[in-house]
Write a protein that binds this ligand. Sequence first.
Ligand code: 5GP
Ligand code: ZN
Length: 112
Amino acid sequence: MDCIFCKIANGEIPSTKVYEDETVLAFKDINPQAPVHVVIIPKEHINCALDINENNSIAVAHIFEVISKLGRELGLENGFRVINNCGEDGGQTVKHLHFHILGGEKLSEKII
Ligand code: 5GP
Ligand code: ZN
């Protein structure tokens, strides 16, 4: 499958990793939108949030455990934002489920 994030997960495309374990990888976004902008993905390919189900949700739950840990390790104790873009209307450009962690300043452009 021609998926950029699968290639990052298997090392075919280099990335600046900030966390890795058996099921999850977090790396710096190539086009940062905040002083801290990390993307966190399941290593297993899941297209988007519409495809989370009882067979793969354990990886997603683990992503949020890692987000909590990274929030502290990245110095984001003052807060941060987690964003998931899903599908066409959500503006998802890479069709491999991922969560953006944004912080390091008071964030603007709040939608909700
Ligand atoms: P989306 O718009 O799908 O929610 O977010 C995709 C994100 O992936 C974008 O913020 C984009 O900058 C990032 N991205 C796309 N290609 C690469 C890449 O090759 N390396 C890294 N580190 N980030 C990428
Ligand atoms: Zn993928």
